[in-house]
Design a protein around this ligand. Structure first.
Ligand code: NAD
Ligand code: UDP
Length: 352
């Protein structure tokens, strides 16, 4: 068996794809997820996909005693920390809920991991740490100046991790991965984005419109300073993202970074407008998508585009999948999820 890696949030959208790639690379994932935003059936689908039996602890990362027990029972060489709340709008309404789960939770988790012997920590950060910047592409040397509570929790956790690993005698090394806009699903269609509440992101909203759960897609403004006036984002396939975690972890555990703490962008370096994403879906589905032009969404920026060169240099990673891949895999996953009744009104519908 390969090295054990603790994966918090391992049953969530990105975490489930990370678990698959860890298994493929010969690591043994140990999943901690309290199911606050995931279905228990993800575990069964992951076992089907990976053809191996997986360990999952239904534990909250704020529960120190439970985490200590997990690490005593299954000592781990690395930690990939994805568990967090992630809705920007909700973080403005309920900031303390976000500081408690994301920041307080991470402090407890990092402390327990370091005291248990330490190792490599890969942390899920976000392009949100850059805030409302108007210069593109974004590179890691740019100032961290988030402009909403969710982004602040990510910036704080990066700082906390950096301080932890630079403390005298620290046994842990840290790496922060700043994701741009994750999209797509595993091409097996066994796992994908499965929002419990009303989604806020473009891809899952487009899917809801396409399957008739929503009447129309509201395009949030077409008067931005972008080629077609709609918002432009650097969408990255979730499998590319997951593979970057494994490459980063390997490098971290091999002591391959110059600094004890490093932050890397994960994006493709190519960005698409809302209209381009919609057209790609229409091509895939072979039918038009109902859409309405609306006002700008408060807090939105015109463009988010990564400079991905640092990740290429540090861990040898570049994205391999493009927008049509993301759209095709999202649509395939949506078909499977509907077939299994995952998105029926009755939440108790049997999952595969
Ligand atoms: P997700 O909600 O699908 O996954 C998060 C998982 O963590 C869920 O399964 C949830 O049940 C679990 N969780 C939450 N709080 C927990 C706690 N206190 N204890 C144990 N488990 C807990 O979200 P995702 O899209 O997979 O995001 C994963 C990470 O990536 C998050 O840290 C998020 O902030 C970050 N991120 C996501 C995006 C995105 O667009 N999806 C972009 C940038 C960064
Ligand atoms: N968007 C939109 N309608 C929606 C949801 C999103 O026009 O219903 C736009 C949004 O304004 C942005 C892009 O799609 O320009 C990506 O939005 P998402 O919420 O997915 O990512 P984020 O804004 O967090 O980068």
């Amino acid at each position: 068996m390969g090295k054990k890696i603790l994966v918090t949030g391992g049953l969530g959208y990105i975490g489930s794809h990370v678990v698959v790639e860890l298994c493929a690379a010969g690591y043994e994932p140990v999943i901690v997820d309290n199911l606050s935003n995931a279905r228990a059936s993800v575990l069964e689908r992951l076992e089907r996909l990976t053809q191996q039996s997986l360990t999952h602890y239904d534990v909250d990362i704020r529960n120190r005693a439970a985490l200590e027990t997990v690490l005593e029972r299954t000592p781990c060489a690395g930690l990939i920390h994805l568990a967090a709340f992630k809705a920007v709008g909700e973080s403005v309404e309920a900031p303390l809920k976000y500081y408690d789960n994301n920041v307080a939770g991470s402090v407890t988790l990092f402390d327990v991991f370091e005291r248990a012997g330490g190792g490599g920590i890969v942390f899920s950060s976000s392009a949100m740490v850059y805030g409302d910047v108007k210069v593109f592409p974004l590179h890691e040397g740019m100032p961290v100046q988030p402009n909403n509570p969710y982004g602040s929790t990510k910036a704080m956790m990066e700082q906390i991790l950096a301080d932890l690993v630079n403390a005298p005698g620290a046994k842990t090394l840290g790496l922060s991965l700043r994701y741009f806009n994750p999209a797509g699903a595993h091409d097996s269609a066994l796992i994908g984005e499965d929002p419990k509440d009303r989604p806020n992101n473009l891809f899952p909203i487009v899917v809801q419109v396409a399957v008739g759960q929503r009447e129309t897609l509201t395009i949030f403004g077409d008067d931005y300073d972008t080629p077609d006036g709609t918002g432009v984002r650097d969408y990255i396939h979730v499998v590319d993202l997951a593979q970057a975690h494994v490459m980063a972890l390997r490098e971290l555990l091999n002591g391959g970074f110059e600094q004890r703490f490093t932050a890397l962008n994960l994006g493709t370096g190519t960005a698409y407008s809302v209209r381009e994403v919609v057209s790609a879906f229409e091509r895939e589905m072979g039918q038009p998508l109902p859409q309405t032009l609306g006002a700008r969404r408060s807090g939105d920026v015109a463009t988010l585009l990564a400079d991905p060169r640092a990740a290429a240099q540090a861990i040898g990673w570049t994205a391999q999948r493009d927008l049509p891949d993301m759209v095709r895999d999202t649509w395939r996953w949506a078909g499977a999820a509907r077939q299994w009744g995952l998105w029926d009104d009755d939440d108790s519908a049997a999952a595969p």
